[in-house]
Design a protein around this ligand. Sequence first.
Ligand SMILES: Nc1ncnc2c1ncn2[C@@H]1O[C@H](COP(=O)(O)OP(=O)(O)OP(=O)(O)O)[C@@H](O)[C@H]1O
Length: 293
Amino acid sequence: MVIKKTIVKTALDLAEKLEAEAIIVSGDIEIKDLTTSLPVYFAHRRPKSIIDYLVSTSSEQQERGKEIADKITQEVAGNTKNVENVAAIEHLLGELERGVVVGIVETRDSSSIIVHDLSESPLIKAMRECEERVSPEVMRAVLTIAFDIAATGREGSQIGTAFIIGDVDEVMSRSHQMILNPYAGHSKPNRDILNKQNWESIKEFSQLDGVFVVSEDGVIEAAGKYLDVDAKDLVINKGLGGRHVSAAAITRDTVAIAITVSESGGIVRVYKDGKETLCIESTKRAFKQMLPE
Ligand SMILES: Nc1ncnc2c1ncn2[C@@H]1O[C@H](COP(=O)(O)OP(=O)(O)OP(=O)(O)O)[C@@H](O)[C@H]1O
């Protein structure tokens, strides 16, 4: 208990010294009787725990020891990623600026303090890389919707979808409707992805087969589009299926950007020029708490 409290106190002091944006906690840590002027975010537990591994049925004792050691390393790395992902999502939602965050990572046997510079975050780098082609507000809006879909799904089940943004004429000429376009005939304000009032219906239509086609300034031109692309010579993670492959391929053949949400695993990816520029596991929104100052 004394060790944990010292770690937390040290992290809070460090965060104040570094003029951090926030403190993010991943793991089971209670913060009691301590003060800070900074917001503290408690990340949701990562779904896989080391316990899964401890009950594994590996026969060789030595092999099992190595497996567990590997898993601990992975768990620490996973929790560090968790802190980075929470910071990225809070930045996206306008809660954190591009500053430093201090993370407290607690695993079964170890505690650690990490310092993460948000301006070096892969999310911010990917957003910056896409700025020339798609307005940053549109990227931010689509990523926010994508993370929300990845983390919460719809009506209790996980869903996957994809948004193809920019170079609309070329994207349209390389795709066809799988179903009637639900946006056909609607006014621009009702198709504006920057208007949060349209987000609920976008989430609803994300259950449809096919992809969304969005202009670089955020007008949704279509949903339910099938991408007629050739995935030959595409260098992409082998485990990915038709949605991801076609989304990556359309960004190779046009100057559009693709943002995908995978149905299995709630992972958000960004593709540009046929390559993955971002891959983040979405997490439920962290719980924010203000301690006494
Ligand atoms: N070429 C395509 N254009 C548009 N949508 C597609 C295309 N290929 C597949 N899809 C859509 O993706 C859905 C899932 O397909 P698949 O499982 O092969 O993709 P995936 O990349 O593994 O995606 P996920 O991880 O979300 O399952 C299909 O039901 C279909 O709606």
